[in-house]
Design a protein around this ligand. Structure first.
Ligand code: NOJ
Length: 977
């Protein structure tokens, strides 16, 4: 979004004023704070924070929520009961049905609903057509599996008055201790408590109540107090709230849900993207170096966002993990409404009585959502991998992308004509710079009508697509969710006549402003809307698109220029009459999902993996494509923050992430642009993008030496595509991040838990620390263990835990290889990844201290879903120092298409093996013996040439085997010495 105009007369007025404004003030570099709420400006957040403050001041406080012991029952892995909330002076009780479900995976799920609303036993104000229940369908969008109920979970035999205990989890190692009065749950693993619910007594479900009308004060009389007589609560924002000139009518009254969740003994918590913040989350209750606002999750178009801030951004994943040496645990707060999370840490002591016991830090969090049921998943680890795996089982793993999608993407707002696109495409070739995808932003359309081409500037999309296809390149076109309100546009006519738009509070189609001016929004919560959306992408419907056209979904928070906080009014209505307030954070996912579905069904029989980029996201969006971090600035600080942001996406289940390379707003210096490309080489999603007011900056623009240095960075990405693809496969099958922070790779290295400026690529042992400061000539890279780490380019060896200085002049990316890995590469420079399909592989064997190494390689056709039927090669390479041999074994899953794929790949070979840290004893070695499965060797066996390069000073010894002539998809063995 950009700005809100008072009562624009027409869209042209808005546009002209905008242009005038931007030309006066470009670049504008501050987020418009006044457009976004603070906690105090969000009634429910203010109320719950105030409640927490009140409780903290009391010397004794008892939460008014009690589990009625007589209601508790346990059957088939699920505990049910009713929590009774006692209200104010009257002692009235509110019934809150509780379930605690113990899942086979070892995850526990806690839900709390409100009986009155559940039964629809309430009245809505203003004749609202909204649903009466608390929103309980977030799981429909977020959860795709992992819900098998545990058969082993059982009530504990050790009973204790006042609590119910359930043993569950692997080998019964987990225990949930549910206390009745007040209600709370302690989750234990191996007898130790790791997570506590309601320890501080901040559980709060704002129950339904009728509005008590107060008499209007007569002239001269004091207005009535804003607190209720019954409970003394601040009711000023219960029934209506106004922000930035927009009034939310709140027909359901106050309905927040809040809970404190504590992690005893845990100093670090991570996750809850998206924020421009550090990986290890900060405290939010003020103080030096701490925030004073909670982390906010309310998907919004926050352009020119502020750094080091808990402000909300475009997407929300309410997954938090707490980590300490030896243990990681996590909670997934499944709620789609606006949510705020306060974090405080306190130094406690494990055992205050035993002198000398090291004091530990506890982290306490306070989760506050505006509406919906309480629905929380609790994962007890014990490793970071367990959290990403279990969370992935619930919400789905990253979709395996097409090969091209992980190569380089060239975007800007806008490539202005089809000739322009073809010209850029030719220039990449001229300068021998690889790229796979060119992107079209909103200007390609005829007057911002999606699914059309501007007839003057894009008269020949076919020619353009054909030219791209010659080098197996793709085109991505943007499609946004706002549909232009105009005549002679079948898309808007159909959407309105079929009743598929989001509705306003009166139940009429909601109209607002976005790029096209007056617009309506497709409601992708509606199955009929998804079906209809699918028809728009068919080749014969959207003419000028082809098999190499893919999609970019933007503005799907949704961004509404004249809406509250640049989004939709909360009292708008979606399919099923759910209020927008209830579903807001899922909105972006539903639109992304509809486009994904449409891409799957574009043409009968054409089943290729879709590629859809989204700006807004929720838990589960990883199943649908990639995300990027939105409208950043061409500034060094934005380059720096992109690393923790991308790392955080990785550990939060949506790892296919990247930031606009070069920075969206403003013009980067050539140095910044170069450093950004070097950094982007390590984003899972790697795209250059720029605002419409910026100068051209394609890699060939800056000239010598920058263009060559950027080209090298791009070639490095292409060379390592096999390693990246393998990392994506791991993410797609285990939920492991594609780029990983130190704590994830070294969970016991306490000194590295807060490190978030360097990243590991998958399980390859590649460790990059991109340069993110101006004028730097070196970086200090942190090594967590005692393995040797080798410079990727010249094998300089770094050994010893702690910081090491790595030289990093402009043409150098600080990139190390941890000993112990085999890294697959393809070394032949090509113009696009598609042209590398039959290229041979290089294996880089990086030996560890003991002289061993292992690694994996995953290959499939990079395009279709045939890998699901076994059309893939999955190998494990092991170098064993005892036998001095490198071997390749099959770790793939067989299926009906395995043999055919193996046959198609039979001629693709390993052309080079490089052994880094080669033993000195290999000096003089000239040949290695090679054997391959299914190949009969002639007498004397097959041999290949090896060259040994002795160590030189700090540079490790290495050896190269040239052309061992082994097939990449087969079993083989190379015997050294
Ligand atoms: C906002 C997006 O964040 C940006 O990337 C895009 O260029 C503009 N919308 C125009 O579509």
């Amino acid at each position: 979004m950009f700005f809100t105009m008072p009562q624009p007369r027409s869209w042209t007025d808005v546009f002209l004023s905008f242009t005038a404004l931007t030309s006066l003030f470009t670049p504008v570099v501050m987020v418009k704070h006044e457009n976004f709420k603070t906690c105090t400006q969000a009634g429910f957040c203010k109320r719950n924070r105030a409640f927490a403050d009140d409780v903290a001041q009391l010397t004794s406080w008892t939460s008014p929520y009690n589990l009625d012991p007589s209601s508790v029952s346990f059957k088939d892995g699920q505990l049910s009961g009713t929590i009774l909330k006692t209200v104010g002076k009257s002692g009235e009780t509110v019934r809150l049905p509780l379930t605690v479900t113990f899942l086979e995976s070892g995850t526990a799920r806690v839900t709390v609903d409100e009986e009155k609303r559940q039964k629809g036993d309430i009245t809505l104000r203003h004749d609202s057509k909204a649903r009466k229940e608390r929103y309980n369908e977030a799981s429909k969008w977020a959860i795709v599996g992992g819900l098998e109920i545990s058969t082993g979970a059982a009530l504990s035999r050790d009973t204790e008055a006042g609590s119910t205990r359930v043993n569950y989890g692997p080998a019964g190692t987990h225990e949930a201790v549910i206390t009745h009065s007040p209600f709370g749950i302690n989750f234990k693993r191996d007898g130790e408590t790791h997570i506590k619910f309601n320890e501080r007594g901040l559980l709060n479900m704002e129950h339904w109540r009728a509005k008590v009308e107060k008499p209007q004060p007569k002239e001269g009389e004091e207005p009535p107090p804003e607190t209720t007589e019954e409970t003394g609560e601040d009711e000023s924002t219960w029934w209506e709230e106004t922000f930035g000139g927009n009034t939310d009518t709140k027909p359901k009254g106050p309905e927040a849900v809040a809970l404190d969740i504590s992690f005893p003994g845990y100093e670090h918590v991570y996750g809850i993207p998206e924020h421009a913040s550090s990986l290890s989350l900060k405290e939010t209750r003020g103080g030096d170096g701490k925030y004073s606002e909670p982390y906010r999750l309310y998907n919004a178009d926050v352009f020119e966002y502020e750094l080091d801030s808990p402000m909300t951004l475009y997407g929300a994943i309410p997954l938090m993990q707490a980590h300490r040496k030896g243990s990681t645990v996590g909670v997934f707060w499944l709620n789609a409404a606006e949510t705020w999370i306060d974090i405080v840490k306190s130094k406690g002591s494990k055992n205050p009585l035993s002198l000398g016991t090291k004091s530990v830090t506890d982290t306490q969090t306070h989760w506050i959502s505006e509406s919906g049921i309480l629905d929380v998943f609790v994962m007890l680890g014990p490793t970071p991998k367990d959290i990403t795996q279990k969370y992935g089982e619930l919400t789905g793993f990253t979709a395996m992308p097409q090969q091209f999608a992980i190569a380089y993407h060239q975007c800007r707002w806008n490539y202005v004509t089809d000739e322009d696109v073809m010209d850029v495409d030719r220039k990449f070739d001229k300068f021998k710079i690889p790229y796979d995808v060119i992107w079209l932003d909103i200007e390609y359309t005829d007057g911002k009508k999606y699914f059309t081409w501007d007839p003057l500037t894009f008269p020949n999309p076919k020619k353009m697509h054909n030219q791209l296809d010659k080098r197996d390149r793709k085109l991505v076109a943007i499609i946004d969710p706002h549909i232009k309100n105009t005549d002679k546009y079948p898309v808007i006519d159909e959407m309105k006549s079929k009743g598929l738009a989001v509705k306003n509070k009166e139940g009429n189609d909601y109209e607002g402003w976005c790029w096209p001016g007056s617009s309506y929004w497709v409601d992708c919560f509606n199955p009929a809307a998804i079906k209809w959306w699918t028809t728009l992408f068919k080749y014969d419907s959207w003419k000028g698109t082809f098999a190499n056209t893919f999609i970019w979904n933007d503005m799907n928070e949704p961004s509404v220029f004249n809406g509250p906080e640049t989004t939709m009014p909360k009292d708008n209505l979606h399919y099923g009459n759910w209020e927008h307030r209830d579903v807001h954070n899922i909105n972006g996912l539903t639109f992304h999902n509809a486009t994904f579905e449409a891409m799957v069904e574009r043409k009968k029989g054409e089943v290729r993996r879709p590629f859809v980029l989204t700006r807004s996201f929720y838990a589960g969006s990883q199943r649908l494509g990639a995300m990027w971090t939105g409208d950043n600035l061409a500034e060094w600080s934005h380059l720096a923050i992109s690393i923790p942001m991308v790392l955080n996406q990785g550990i939060s289940g949506f790892p296919f992430a990247g930031a606009d390379v070069g920075g969206f707003f403003g013009n980067p210096s050539k140095e910044l642009l170069t450093r950004w490309y070097q950094t982007g080489t390590f984003y899972p999603f790697f795209r250059g993008h720029a605002h419409i007011d910026t100068r051209r900056r394609e890699p060939y623009v800056p000239g010598a030496p920058y263009t060559e240095i950027i080209s090298q960075a791009l070639r490095l990405r292409y060379q390592l595509l096999p390693a990246w693809y393998t990392a994506f496969h791991e993410a797609a099958t285990t939920g492991a991040p594609i780029v990983r922070p130190n704590f994830y790779v070294h969970p016991d290295d306490a000194a590295g838990f807060a490190i978030d400026d360097q990243l590991y690529v998958g399980s390859t042992g590649l460790l990059a620390k991109p340069v993110v400061t101006e004028g730097a000539n070196s970086v200090d890279i942190y090594l967590a263990d005692a393995e040797p780490y080798y410079d990727y380019f010249d094998y300089t060896t770094y050994t010893g835990a702690g910081y090491h200085t790595v030289q990093a002049p402009l043409d150098k990316i600080p990139l190390l290889m941890q000993g112990g890995h085999v890294i697959p590469r393809r070394d032949r420079p090509r113009r696009s990844s598609g042209l590398m399909k039959w290229d041979p592989f290089t294996l880089v064997v990086v030996l560890d201290r003991a002289g061993n190494a292992e690694g994996t390689l995953y290959i499939d056709d990079g395009e279709t879903f045939e890998f699901e039927q076994g059309a893939a090669i999955h190998r494990k390479f092991v170098f064993d120092h005892e036998t001095s041999a490198l071997s390749s074994t099959d770790i793939g899953t067989q299926g009906p298409k395995t043999a055919a794929f193996a046959k198609a790949m039979a001629k693709v070979r390993v052309e080079k093996v490089v052994v880094v840290g080669a033993p000195a004893a290999w000096e003089g070695l000239a040949e290695v013996a090679v054997s391959e499965e299914g190949v009969k060797e002639s007498k004397g066996g097959r041999r290949a040439k090896v060259t040994f390069y002795p160590a030189q000073g700090v540079k490790a010894a290495w050896a190269v085997v040239r052309d061992p002539k082994v097939a990449v998809g087969k079993g083989w063995r190379i015997q050294f010495a």
